[in-house]
Ligand binder design. Structure first.
Ligand code: CP
Length: 306
């Protein structure tokens, strides 16, 4: 898709509904081996937070495209010694073809994008996790055949995944219900953005009642109760979040064909039970696999080799 070449992907809202549809369609064709792409470019991974899925899925996706990957671990670069982001970005721009950044502040990611002319991808910030949500949408679509009109219920912390899910659902015509404890709602500006995108097409609903939110939902989704950087809050959050667990009782309230998703890593027995993760409704492992297919489509599209 010519319009995606050279673009950054910092937020799910950087793409319109047609562009999201294009990435999902390409990813499905790549997964089914109905499409083969070559792209002998170099991807840099600059991650200041831990990662298993994002790191490995981007790496394998780029290798399968015929490209190369450089792991820019901050501990072995000058990043950890305080080299300014704008300097690092301008230098990496001269070596790399595309850069994926995982960091804390969205503003830091935006600084990378401002100073590097190559495409910059959000591989997770405290505000958003758009690559994860592309894979989530792909997983929902491969289960139901469509997205528009379905209802996704997210229970737990109103974190970066919840923020990107709201945007992803709004862009694709899905209804989204977010059930969080009071004080743990998603980002206010993204709520507004999602409501504007959904206007006249689908619903964006907030509640503190997980049972009401789960009723007849097609997708039940959760994430850890304390994200990376919030570890010191984990113990205090436990009793507050306990009613927001995905378990068999919550699944029973959802649609009979409902699927259960979790972006991983999971804390079994906290936000999701063992039975829910391993049960017949779970599509968690497909969801993890789809990170690779959707990011391959994303890389090829931003590099203009699709
Ligand atoms: N879901 C996700 O982003 O996993 P990692 O933190 O392991 O990359």
């Amino acid at each position: 898709m010519a319009g995606l070449q050279g673009r950054d992907f910092l937020s799910l809202a950087d793409f319109d509904s047609n562009e999201v549809g294009h990435i999902l369609s390409m990813a499905s064709q790549l997964k089914a081996k109905k499409l083969s792409l070559r792209c002998d470019r170099v991807l840099g991974l600059l991650f200041t937070k831990a990662s298993t899925r994002t790191r490995v899925s981007f790496t394998v996706a780029m290798y399968q495209l015929g490209g190369q990957v450089i792991d820019l671990n901050p501990n072995v670069t000058q990043v950890s010694r305080g080299e300014p982001v704008q300097d690092t970005a301008r230098v990496l721009d001269r070596y790399l073809d595309i850069l994926a950044v995982r960091t804390f502040a969205q503003q830091e990611l935006e600084t990378f994008a401002r100073y590097a002319k190559i495409p910059v991808i959000n591989a997770l910030t405290d505000l958003e996790h758009p690559c994860q949500v592309l894979a989530d949408l792909m997983t929902i679509q491969e289960n139901f055949g469509n997205l528009a009109g379905l209802t996704l219920t997210y229970v737990g912390d109103g974190n970066n995944v919840a923020n990107s899910l709201m945007l992803g659902c709004a862009l694709t015509g899905m209804n989204v219900r977010i059930a969080t404890p009071s004080g743990y709602e998603p980002n206010a500006a993204i709520i507004e953005q999602a409501r504007n995108l959904a206007a006249g097409k689908s619903e964006v609903i907030f509640t503190h009642d997980p049972q009401a939110a789960a009723k007849d939902a097609h997708v039940l989704y959760t994430d850890v109760w304390a994200s990376m950087g919030q570890e010191q809050e984990a113990e205090n959050r436990m009793p507050v979040f306990q009613p927001y667990q995905i378990n068999d009782e919550l699944i029973d309230l959802a649609d009979n064909e409902a699927i259960v998703l979790h972006c991983l890593p999971a804390h079994r027995g906290e936000e999701i039970t063992d039975a829910a993760m391993e049960g017949s409704h779970s599509r968690i492992w497909d969801q993890a696999e789809n990170r690779m297919h959707v990011q391959k489509a994303l890389l090829a599209s931003l590099l203009g080799t699709d």
